[in-house]
Design a protein around this ligand. Structure first.
Ligand code: KIV
Ligand code: ZN
Length: 526
């Protein structure tokens, strides 16, 4: 059985939320996540209440397979889905990877537009149609829950689209996904295509229709909602709208639009909207992709009221300028939590309250850093603690660790960084001048651990909380041989945070190199 199909059959107004943050989102430049980060996001998505988690593309690499497989082991509520091209090897890889999941789906796709069939696939339409039938019936051998997608669906000819959809359902697909792969559609024509499928495909009642909209014209959310109005009952989306090029439809915008305008969109879903903010912030911290301040729902200004007239209205009645409450998306004031007088016991229970359980060693390190922070920063907020702990957890297994840093900066003389790192357990010092303090620090890291092929692609700083004593959260992206990794670091001192972020990225690069070498060894052995 297909869980999603059964849900929609029982309740025709229920919309299935299919999250592809870990697949379509993760494959976009700069959004790559490692295994631990993917597992962390998968748990958050599961708590958020998404119905389906598209966990990856198992045949793409050993790492992708492993991630989908482990996600299938930890997810408790959602259906876990693996993506596959219309190829037996892809489908077998997905089937193997999702095996441990309680509820599993295989998603298989092939392009159906004239442009893609001719130039990308170099296949005739009859052969594509045959591949649809074969791939779906092959996938059905492994699970009853099979989704089929018409890649570049919005630029596909109607007759051929209907033929493929009918064949896919006949072969056993229980979800039919209609992607606007290149973000070309507008709400009216997207809705018309969905309505056309409902009208013309004779066996359409045997499947749930799904939307998958890209945001190239900024219309992904509008198109998805228009699709639901025309009969779709699954929306594919990502947290913060991450994804190829301009991204995918943003989950938080879709869900809050459905909640806020229930009067004209009487559809339900399973999302616990109060968990949206945490999901957004965690993803942003993991990927280093900052959310634009004026982004709907999760931007820093989404609930800020600056003009005098608005503030006056808000004080009289919040409904004057707020169509939803900050609490409904899980935004609460970051609470003042602790001071330098707080003890280890209070520290541990505060962390537990924030959802962190650390082992003794990690707790000791984190506590020492907290004391240091509390000494330098008068007020330590929950957000400060989260930034510090995320930093600490991220670096637990690193080969290269930050030990100390002294920087000479200012207008006179060369800016110099004197840095000590622990490399595989041994202290390594360097003292280097640079074109500014950050340049000097990064050069010192390169001197201690040379990595000439890696290029710095992004250096970004933002403040965790307000005030001049706020902690800085720094993101660094490095790229080596076309593969990029991202590191983050937090500290009350921006330069220390910069060093930590670079070291974090470098450690990820080393892990990536190691797993690549292991894969090469394996393929040589085969
Ligand atoms: O955009 C797209 O067409 C896709 C498919 C694989 C569903 O991501
Ligand atoms: Zn896509």
């Amino acid at each position: 059985m297909s869980r999603a199909y059964d849900i929609v059959k029982k309740d025709p107004n229920r919309v299935i939320i299919f999250d592809t943050t870990l697949r379509d989102g993760e494959q976009s430049p700069g959004c790559a996540m490692n295994l631990e980060e993917k597992l962390k996001m998968a748990r958050i998505l599961d708590e958020l209440g998404v119905d389906v988690i598209e966990a990856g593309f198992p045949v793409a690499s050993k790492g992708d397979f492993e991630a989908v497989n482990q996600i299938a082991q930890v997810v408790k509520n959602a259906t876990v889905c693996g993506l596959s091209r219309a190829k037996k090897g892809d489908i077998e890889a997905s089937a193997d990877a999702i095996k441990p999941a309680e509820s599993k789906r295989i998603h298989t796709f092939i392009s159906t537009s004239p442009l893609h069939m001719k130039h990308k696939l170099q296949m005739a339409p009859e052969d594509v149609l045959e591949a649809v039938k074969e791939s779906v019936s092959f996938a059905r051998k492994f699970t009853d829950d099979v989704e089929w997608s018409a890649e570049d669906g919005s630029r596909t000819e109607d007759d051929f689209l209907c033929q493929c959809v009918e064949a896919a359902i006949e072969a056993g697909a229980r979800t039919i996904n209609f992607p606007d792969t290149v973000g070309y559609a507008t709400p009216l024509d997207f809705a018309a295509k969905i309505a056309m499928l409902v009208e013309r495909v004779p066996n359409i009642d045997k499947a749930v229709i799904s939307t998958h909209c890209h945001n190239d014209l900024g219309l992904a959310v509008a198109n998805s909602l228009a699709g639901v109005g025309a009969g779709a009952r699954q929306i594919e989306c990502t947290i913060n709208g991450i994804g190829e090029r301009a991204g995918n439809a943003a989950l938080e915008e879709i869900v809050m639009a459905l909640r806020t305008r229930h009067d004209i969109m009487p559809y339900t879903n399973n999302i616990v909207t109060e968990k949206i903010s945490k999901a957004s912030k965690t993803l942003s911290a993991i990927t280093g992709f900052a959310v634009q301040p004026n982004k709907a729902i999760v931007g820093a200004n989404a609930f800020a009221h600056a003009s005098g007239i608005h503030q006056d209205g808000m004080l009289k009645n919040a409904n004057t300028y707020e169509i939803m409450t900050p609490e409904s998306v899980g935004l609460t004031e970051s609470k003042l939590v602790m001071s330098k007088h707080s003890g280890r016991h209070a520290f541990r229970s505060k962390l537990e309250e924030l959802g962190y359980e650390l082992g003794d060693n990690a707790l000791n390190d984190a506590f020492a850093r907290f004391k240091d922070l509390a000494d330098r920063k008068k007020e330590v907020y929950e957000d400060d603690l989260v930034a510090l702990i995320e930093d600490e957890i991220g670096q637990e297994n690193d080969r290269i660790k930050f030990v100390s840093l002294q920087v000479q900066a200012g207008t006179s003389g060369p800016q110099t960084a004197t840095l000590v790192l622990k490399v595989d357990g041994k202290d390594e010092p360097a003292s280097v001048s640079g074109n500014g303090p950050v340049d000097a620090i990064f050069k010192a890291i390169r001197e201690i651990y040379p990595h000439p092929d890696a290029k710095l692609k992004l250096y970004q700083v933002h403040a965790v909380t307000g005030g001049t004593d706020a902690q800085a959260e720094v993101t660094v992206r490095l790229e080596e041989n076309g593969k990029s990794v991202q590191g983050t670091g937090a500290d009350a001192d921006t330069l220390v945070a910069s060093a930590r972020a670079y070291i974090h990225a470098l450690n990820k690069l080393l892990t990536k190199r190691e797993s690549k070498n292991a894969q090469m060894d394996q393929s040589e052995a085969v």
